[in-house]
Ligand binder design. Structure first.
Ligand SMILES: [Ca+2]
Ligand SMILES: [Ca+2]
Length: 509
């Protein structure tokens, strides 16, 4: 599964050019936080009265209530009172803006976008520098829309000379960079006006400040710190380090945990139902994969061997089996199995150290809140079993063919008798994959026979039988009764078996 790395769009360009863009991205991002800055850069598309279309850049200098104030080059918006503005993260959703001030001699315009729905919550402003203390040959970065590099493409520039209000620079820039910010240490030092060849010039920020003041725009001067709002909006996906599991931000909320007494196939330990509050947190988009787990084993030298292996009828402890050789075919995109609860704790510790963030298992309450994703029924795709093969890898006709199972498996066929690559089925409404099915997942909680006296805070329940921990979601070998949002079983903490894995959670600030 490939994920397109922001800020690049679908590769509409030859791969060599994309590779250059990625190289530039890595260069630029090594010096400044390009992704964070991109939230302050907009794409501007205008159509002049003669029908001429232009694409350029602009940047947000003030966010005030439901209004974003954007500086751009006059020649980018010339002849169009209402150019289209696209914010970062809303690539398919340009909004209408209004040009409210022009300074044609200096090639600067002020554009506003109004309305809460038009401005993404992650938008930030970028501060304008208060002095010109950049030097010739210093490396700065610009973010723009040159046709050959793509959207929100960062380019490193070298500062040239200062001439009056202007400054020159050299680097890979083109028409789509016009109006874009030239940034040093997260602060705008100039706005690009003209470009040509591998060079350009721009208006220094100190003069832009004078213009803004004349236009009565009170600049957001936070010294370059983002004016944002929330770095972890619900639904955001992120990775804290290369090779770290991809995470999804799960919104906070409250929900009814457990199953009602009339739910088919339920067991008594799924009650009594109670309302639980869950704070916003991040949860692995998928189960931890074999490839991700290998990194941890290689790095720590941890011995993870001995596993209960399925022979088609029952499970037998096989000292020679482990997460790399569970007894059936897997690739590195399949979920790691033969992993004990103790292994998951070591993995989370290792990941926390590597990323500097707090990784752990989800509490059982967080896990059930996440699997439901707002749904109240038996499963996140509904109450019945009919759609199972589109949403979850459980015991089905594929497994029945391989193992000659009797009645019990679901009637559909998903093509996987054992584990499937993570993310092969549809997600739930929180964007989480394989919450039901594929492999069972360890949670943090100690085992208790019912929810009587269970916490309602969303925290893990750390009393009860802590030699056993709660396991959730069912797996490739289990019949539909276990692929229910409320279904819960347990595992002894040292237990390793070929249908049991995990996903990690992360505490958010
Ligand atoms: Ca299956
Ligand atoms: Ca699962």
């Amino acid at each position: 599964m490939l994920t397109v790395v922001q800020p690049f769009r679908e590769p509409r360009f030859p791969s060599v050019i994309l590779a250059i863009a990625l190289w530039l991205f890595s260069l630029a991002s090594s010096a400044q936080d390009v992704e964070a800055l991109s939230h302050g850069v907009v794409k501007i598309e205008s159509v002049a009265s003669d029908g001429l279309k232009r694409t350029g850049a602009g940047f947000v200098v003030r966010l005030e209530g439901e209004v974003a104030y954007i500086l751009t080059a006059y020649h980018v918006v010339k002849g169009d009172k209402n150019p289209a503005v696209t914010f970062f993260g809303r690539q398919r959703n340009p909004v209408r803006s209004e040009v409210i001030e022009n300074e044609s001699d200096l090639d600067v315009s002020l554009v506003v976008v109004r309305g809460r729905a038009s401005i993404p919550v992650s938008t930030r402003s970028i501060a304008l520098a208060q002095s010109d203390d950049f030097r010739p040959l210093e490396t700065v970065v610009t973010i723009g829309f040159p046709a050959f590099l793509g959207d929100w493409a960062p380019s490193d520039l070298k500062v040239g000379i200062k001439m009056g209000r202007l400054v020159t620079f050299s680097g890979a820039i083109a028409e789509g960079n016009s109006g874009g910010p030239v940034i040093r240490q997260s602060v705008v030092v100039a706005m690009t006006t003209t470009v040509g060849g591998n060079a350009g010039q721009g208006i220094r920020a100190t003069f832009l400040r004078g213009l803004a003041s004349g236009w009565k725009v009170a600049l957001d001067d936070s010294g370059g710190a983002p004016v944002v709002t929330d770095p972890y909006p619900p639904g955001k996906e992120f990775e804290d380090c290369s090779g770290c599991p991809r995470m999804v931000v799960v919104p906070g909320g409250s929900f009814v945990m457990g199953s009602p007494s009339d739910e088919p196939d339920r067991s008594a330990d799924e009650g009594p139902q109670r309302t639980v509050q869950v704070k916003k947190f991040a949860l692995g988009r998928t189960e931890v994969t074999r490839g991700e787990f290998r990194r941890f084993v290689r790095d720590t030298g941890r011995s993870v061997s001995g596993c209960y292996e399925y022979d088609g009828k029952e499970w037998k402890l096989n000292a020679g089996k482990n997460w790399e050789t569970p007894g059936y075919e897997q690739t590195d995109d399949h979920p790691a199995v033969c992993v004990s609860w103790e292994d998951t704790q070591a993995y989370a510790q290792w990941l926390s150290k590597r990323s500097g963030e707090t990784y752990r298992l989800a509490s059982e309450a967080e896990w059930e809140y996440a699997v439901r994703a707002g749904s109240r029924g038996v499963r996140y795709w509904g109450n019945g079993e009919a759609d199972t093969c589109r949403f979850a890898n459980i015991a089905d006709q594929a497994g029945k063919r391989k193992y000659n199972w009797g009645d019990g498996p679901v009637g559909c066929d998903d093509g996987y008798a054992n584990t499937a690559p993570v993310g092969s089925y549809r997600s739930n409404d929180f964007g989480l994959y394989d919450m039901l099915g594929n492999v069972w997942e360890w949670t943090e909680d100690c085992w208790n026979e019912s929810y009587r006296e269970a916490p309602t805070s969303g925290q893990a329940w750390t009393s009860g039988d802590c030699s056993r921990r709660v396991v959730r979601g069912g797996s490739w070998v289990n019949n539909p009764q276990f692929s229910r949002s409320a279904s819960r079983v347990y595992g002894v903490t040292a237990f390793r078996i070929d249908y049991l894995g995990f996903r990690v959670a992360r505490t958010l600030p």
